[in-house]
Design a protein around this ligand. Structure first.
Ligand code: NAD
Length: 316
């Protein structure tokens, strides 16, 4: 990767990935784009341009002018937002991806597309969900991600586009808030615990899902993109995860630092149904074997770091 263009760069992943890549590859080498503009560090510390990924010509022109050799395509509608407006999700998640693939094909650029644990449906094994298993999701987001994985494979086989991807679990971070996913509680809980000492969980106790702390997710993106292509048996996308926990286990961990913290429950049926259809814990063996996937953070070290960083940010 030398000249990297990112779409949806002001979202939860992009607002940290852009700065991470600028440190590694140089500020001028990373073009951040999004459909909106704000006054964040992403906009202020390097090239930034407005781009609606639904605009195929605009997509190609931005990437071509920047002479991008790598495209990181993050613009998307996430699981809960997609259930609220399935057709809008279909249009953005699929047309945006096709425009990214076509641009990558024309420029012979590498393409990173995140997939998700949402590709698995209720019929996939819940524990140690394998890399290869039946993908029958029951959410529009999951349908989009499966179709996206297949399209990425298709462009690799048919046009030799260097497509790569990761099936991310819920990502926990302290910079930008998550954008409408089922795992958002695992970020919101920290803000509420520090500001108000209490949190109302929208998921039932005992609802297990995979999670990963953002620094590990950023490193995994760089590692899979820099991996020797001859070692990659899977293209889009690799199972990756660092931890699996339920709301009450996360609450118990937070209580170790904030003893007065309490949590109650008000279940939201839409989010609970999505969570119930996803695995409890996926198996990342293929990512470990084929490109050396590894993580630094577990539940204990992630919780400590989140509380330290967010207390500094939120408390006077
Ligand atoms: P986000 O919702 O936080 O950010 C998405 C960004 O896309 C926003 O800044 C938004 O302004 C931008 N956007 C929306 N419509 C656009 C358009 N038409 N053109 C250009 N930009 C547009 O999302 P995120 O959490 O950063 O996720 C990025 C990718 O990673 C998505 O593909 C998502 O499915 C995937 N993913 C995220 C998680 C997670 O926990 N955050 C987990 C698994 C997979």
């Amino acid at each position: 990767m030398k000249r990297i263009m990112i779409t949806g760069a002001l979202g939860q992943i992009g607002s940290e990935l852009t700065l991470f890549l600028r440190k590694l590859y140089g500020s001028d080498q990373v073009l951040a784009t999004d459909i909106r503009r704000n006054d964040s560090e992403v906009v202020q510390t390097g090239p930034f341009e407005l781009l609606d990924v639904m605009n195929r010509k605009g997509f190609y022109d931005r990437a071509n002018q920047f002479q991008a050799d790598t495209i990181i395509h993050l613009a998307a509608l996430l699981s809960v937002a997609a259930e609220g407006n399935p057709l809008a999700a279909w249009h953005l998640n699929m047309e945006g991806l096709v425009n990214a693939l076509e641009t990558a094909r024309e420029l012979q650029a590498k393409l990173f597309t995140p997939s998700s644990i949402a590709v698995f449906g209720p019929t996939a094994p819940k524990a140690m969900t394998p890399q290869e298993t039946g993908l029958r999701p029951v959410t529009m987001y999951g349908v989009n991600k499966v179709a996206g994985e297949l399209l990425n494979d298709y462009y690799f086989h048919k046009y030799n586009v260097d497509t790569r991807g990761l099936r991310f679990p819920g990502l926990i971070s302290h910079t930008a808030l998550p954008g409408g996913g089922t795992t958002d509680y695992a970020v919101e809980i920290f803000y509420e615990a520090i500001k108000n000492g209490r949190y109302t969980s929208y998921l039932e106790p005992g609802t297990y899902m995979d999670m990963m702390y953002m620094p590990d997710a950023l490193q995994a993106i760089v590692d899979v993109m820099e991996a020797d292509p001859l070692r990659l048996k899977h293209r889009n996308a690799y199972n990756v995860t660092s931890m699996s926990f339920s709301p009450e286990e996360l609450a118990a961990e937070i209580k170790k630092y904030l003893p007065a913290f309490t949590m109650d429950y008000q279940i939201e049926p839409v989010r609970q149904a999505i969570a119930d259809s996803w695995p409890n814990h996926i198996d990342a063996a293929a990512a470990k074997k084929e490109w050396g996937f590894s993580v630094q953070y577990n539940l204990t070290t992630m919780t400590k770091d989140m509380i330290e960083k967010l207390s500094y940010k939120l408390l006077p």
